[in-house]
Design a protein around this ligand. Structure first.
Ligand code: MN
Length: 283
């Protein structure tokens, strides 16, 4: 099994190193990760300056890799299209220090790196320990090794990643593993307003976390109950209910030029023909 290991905490982060140590016994591991912490950068990609890479002969003993001065998504793109000779069998992003639960997944570099792997056709998993103070990644690393073994046997459906969050507890205090859906989280008192030494006001993102949904079927609820949470995620953000409801809006071109067309379901709808090419030919 060939594993591409990345993260958003940087190539020298403890969580990545712990996972590399655990994985190297069962897999051929290569690391391509940011050269510094890039947490919270979501799916950002670097377009307007070059990407520099530095070979790291020993991320941990017997595991080499590259440090990239880009985002987690840059790292995966670069690994797949430039650095690696063959596609890996599996991509793991982590172990991230801190939770990636509910709405966190939208800003998470850890999750976005897994999404980038999935877009490249690689079964991909994001793994986080749900505590920023975590020192011991052993239980999470062991669980991840086991999970990857299961994925190696059966793959993941196209367009799907797994998002794993592990309570920061020793193995004997973990209550079990549950499959979950994303919960909803919100941050209150979100900005600290301060004054700099020159008298100018600045703002610092801070805030206290409120879990709006933390039932035991949600990822945040599971972690709060000392359970490892595993959430299958896919990228289709379409709201299908709203899609059907909005047909009654009868959206139209100014002057009412929209033609009736047959939708993919074969029914005739009002609106703009999605198959029609725009004048510049870009569809
Ligand atoms: Mn991080």
């Amino acid at each position: 099994m060939r594993v591409l290991l990345t993260n958003d905490d940087g190539v020298f982060a403890d969580g990545l190193r712990a996972l590399a140590e655990a994985l190297k016994a069962v897999a051929e591991v290569v690391v391509v990760a940011p050269d510094r912490e890039r947490s919270g950068t979501g799916h950002a990609i670097t377009m307007h300056h070059p990407l520099r890479v530095q070979e790291i002969p020993s991320v941990v003993e017997d595991v080499s890799g590259w440090a990239v001065d880009g985002t987690p998504s840059d790292c995966v793109k670069l690994a797949v299209h430039a650095l690696l000779k063959e596609l890996p069998d599996i991509l793991v992003s982590g172990i991230n220090r801190g939770p990636n639960l509910g709405t966190d997944v939208l800003a998470s570099g850890t999750v976005s790196a897994a999404v980038e792997g999935m877009l490249a056709g690689i079964p991909s998993v994001a793994v986080s320990v749900a505590d920023y103070r975590c020192e011991d990644f052993t239980a999470t690393a062991d669980f991840t090794v086991d999970l990857l073994g299961r994925i190696a046997g059966r793959g993941l459906p196209p367009g799907t990643i797994l998002n794993v969050n592990v309570p920061s507890l020793p193995r004997q205090h973990l209550a079990g593993v549950v499959l979950t859906r994303l919960g909803r989280r919100e941050y209150t008192n979100i900005f600290d307003c301060r004054v700099d030494p020159r008298g100018r006001v600045y703002y610092w993102l801070a805030g206290e976390l409120v879990d709006l949904e933390n039932g035991c079927d949600t990822d945040a609820g599971a972690v709060a109950r000392n359970l490892i949470s595993v959430t299958p995620l896919h990228l289709d953000l379409t709201n299908y209910e709203m899609l059907r409801e909005m047909e009654s809006w009868r959206l139209d071109l100014p002057g009412g030029e929209a033609k009736r067309f047959s939708g993919p379901d074969g029914e005739v709808h009002d609106g703009i023909d999605p198959g029609r090419k725009s004048p510049d030919g870009n569809g």
